[in-house]
Design a protein around this ligand. Structure first.
Ligand code: SIN
Length: 277
């Protein structure tokens, strides 16, 4: 198995492996690479839903997404789908999966079944590099703060895109109360400090005024998407990406109208997040 980094901020290509045939040593290598690089990309995999699940279970239990429509016959796999006549895509803004939960998902494993002839790439951003690039005084300020994360404005009954994504996103009654997490979390595997806020689900900062909170979050959201922290992945049929939700953001581009894009996503369960020391 070869693991080749794709940028200084995050990401690595993994080649020379069929993810159906891993042994425990291979799995341990991938666990380390995943923690180090934040997102791993595999090409030309040929997976049934059960094989996709077996691969995901090597990294933990499945944290079933309560809002995405599941794949028929596979309630643990979320459908990520846009049909040729649909305008709105799923995941078309910077976010990290499940930050609105008390124990956010460790990672997500997305497998491409049908990809448009051109377009439909996914952007990823590295929150370890984003944190490292902040000045020491701002790092210190952030280490003492917690941010509020919410799902209501995205998945609740009043969500802006509820109509446009009907049939693909639903179950608004599954929205639970807001949660808080430290703004700087320690990566559970490497202890690396990570900036843990995201534009989709982080709504305010605990203990700050509305104006202070808005100004600081606006700055952090702009900082996090600086080009030097980003990479872009071009999918092919059979591509597989596994990203760490603690250390990365992602953004599904919506630039392939008139074509179908269909992927299966499994979300791996994680633990409550501790602040960086
Ligand atoms: C997601 O946000 O999980 C979907 C990403 C993608 O479709 O590229």
């Amino acid at each position: 198995m070869d693991i080749t980094p794709v940028s200084n901020a995050l990401g690595a290509n993994v080649s020379g492996v069929d993810v159906r045939d891993l042994n425990d040593t291979d799995s341990a290598t991938l666990v380390d690479a995943w923690a180090q690089h934040g997102v791993l990309f595999f090409r030309d995999q040929d997976l049934t839903p059960d094989e996709h699940l077996a691969f995901a279970r090597r990294f933990g239990g499945v944290d079933v997404n309560r809002f995405f429509t599941p794949v028929d016959g596979h309630p643990e796999i979320a459908q990520v789908l846009k049909e040729p006549d649909q305008e709105h895509n799923i995941g078309g803004g910077w976010h990290t999966d499940h930050s609105y939960d008390p124990a956010p998902a460790r990672g997500s494993i997305l497998y491409a079944r049908e990809i448009p002839p051109i377009g439909g790439d996914t952007l990823f951003a590295g929150m370890g590099a984003a944190y490292d690039a902040l000045s020491k005084p701002i790092q210190e300020l952030l280490r003492g703060l917690r941010a509020v994360h919410s799902s209501a404005h995205v998945f609740g009954a009043q969500a802006k895109h509820a109509e446009a994504t009907a049939g693909r996103i639903g179950n608004p009654d599954a929205v639970r109360g807001d949660v808080t997490h430290p703004i700087v979390v320690a990566h559970p595997h490497t202890e690396r400090p990570l900036l843990y806020v995201n534009p989709a689900f982080t709504t305010s900062i605990d203990g700050l005024t509305v104006a202070e909170s808005r100004a600081l979050l606006t700055f952090l959201f702009e900082h996090g998407r600086r080009p030097e922290f980003q990479i872009r992945f071009q999918w092919g049929q059979g591509s597989l990406a596994m990203w760490d939700n603690r250390s990365t953001w992602h953004f599904a581009l919506n630039d392939y109208h008139g074509h179908r894009r269909h992927l299966h996503r499994i979300t791996v369960a994680g633990d409550e997040l501790a602040g960086a020391a």
